[in-house]
Design a binder for this molecule. Sequence first.
Ligand SMILES: Cc1cc2nc3c(=O)[nH]c(=O)nc-3n(C[C@H](O)[C@H](O)[C@H](O)COP(=O)(O)OP(=O)(O)OC[C@H]3O[C@@H](n4cnc5c(N)ncnc54)[C@H](O)[C@@H]3O)c2cc1C
Length: 246
Amino acid sequence: MLDWQIGKIVDIQQATNATRRFFIELSSTQKFEFEPGQFITLDLPIHEQKNKRWRSYSIASAPTDSNIIELVIVLLEGGAGTTYLFNETTIGSELTLRGPLGKFTLPTEIENDLFLVCTGTGIAPFRSMIHHIKNNSLAAKNIYLIYGSRKTEDCLYKDELIELQEKMPNFNYIPCLSRETENQNWYKKGYVHNAYTDIINSNKINEQLRPATFYLCGWKNMVDEAKHTILELGYDKKDIHLELYG
Ligand SMILES: Cc1cc2nc3c(=O)[nH]c(=O)nc-3n(C[C@H](O)[C@H](O)[C@H](O)COP(=O)(O)OP(=O)(O)OC[C@H]3O[C@@H](n4cnc5c(N)ncnc54)[C@H](O)[C@@H]3O)c2cc1C
């Protein structure tokens, strides 16, 4: 198991009403090495019992030569860890953490279309993966980022992802907004499940499914429903990777 280390918060930015971006410097190293999709675990002073103090967060930034990583965290009403992070920490605060951890990572060779399906802060590992693919000019087929949220103002990294879509011809940013009523061409109305189902069906040739790899990230209800739907559509369990937030 990796050792605990100290990280210093070097910046905090309000991203949406309930979500903040935390930038953390790992001063024990010059370059923090991790794979896109991995997470770190924080040991927060919120309980006497060790394992009740641990909260994990996906790394939202792509690997670089630096020792600063970004986390994107939503405040959960009554949540012990997020209440501490939002109310008790500021720029300069130190956090105890360990990582990188986890196997929710890209294959060495990206041979299939990628469906990256998430809601809310579940976008974190995918933002890291997409920037990593672009930064390293990795060969990839179609990449569909299917992002569920309620309204336009809840869309994390919206402008950045729209811009990335313009620069990366194989990258498709597909926000699905459940509480927007107006038709606008940059998002779809409704839930993520309709969006990937439509793409999968329209990509079929002679009724054959196009090979695809699915990454699902976020809260249990969405992840369970997506897994079930993708299996029903005819894909195999081995095509699906999951990161459950709770
Ligand atoms: C591998 C991994 C990566 C994660 N990455 C992120 C991330 O990048 N950003 C992020 O915001 N969170 C992430 N989480 C969730 C995070 O670890 C905490 O669970 C979350 O911040 C709530 O912590 P808390 O102490 O405030 O709430 P707690 O007091 O622990 O929460 C109480 C209960 O609410 C549930 N719950 C928590 N949040 C929600 C929610 N939004 N909707 C529905 N139920 C919820 C929990 O499962 C728990 O049962 C990740 C979790 C895992 C396992």
